[in-house]
Design a protein around this ligand. Structure first.
Ligand SMILES: [Zn+2]
Length: 116
């Protein structure tokens, strides 16, 4: 009788990184959140763990990542809409958008969270 291979329960390996943050992208459906992190092995940024639910993404950020340096965690950048000649300007990346973006909770350019 063939022996059944018992898969070893492996402890989930976390992604080690010095930098990870949630970024937000506006599309026709809504706001899509993803994690942008620094891939130490690749020496480049990676994007993944996307969802329309910010709570999921924040959970993944907590569950899947381990930070190699304490002080470089930027989960969500906070900013506010400034008035630039009647149009909203992100106080973080300084990009100016159409009027209706005043009601948006996130900057589509840099992912900053507004009004906190
Ligand atoms: Zn911005």
């Amino acid at each position: 009788m063939a022996e059944l291979a018992t898969p070893k329960l492996q402890e989930k390996k976390k992604i080690m990184t010095r930098y990870a943050q949630v970024i937000a992208t506006e599309n026709k459906i809504g706001t899509y959140f993803e994690i942008l992190w620094y891939n130490e092995g690749k020496n480049d940024f990676d994007i993944g763990f996307g969802s329309y639910e910010l709570d999921f993404v924040l959970e993944w950020l907590k569950e899947e990542f381990e930070f190699t340096e304490d002080k470089t965690i930027f989960p969500v950048v906070c900013a506010e809409w400034k008035d630039f000649r009647g149009k909203p300007q992100c106080s973080h990346c300084k990009k100016v958008f159409q009027e209706y973006y005043f009601s948006h909770k996130f900057c589509p350019e840099c992912g900053a969270k507004m009004g906190m």
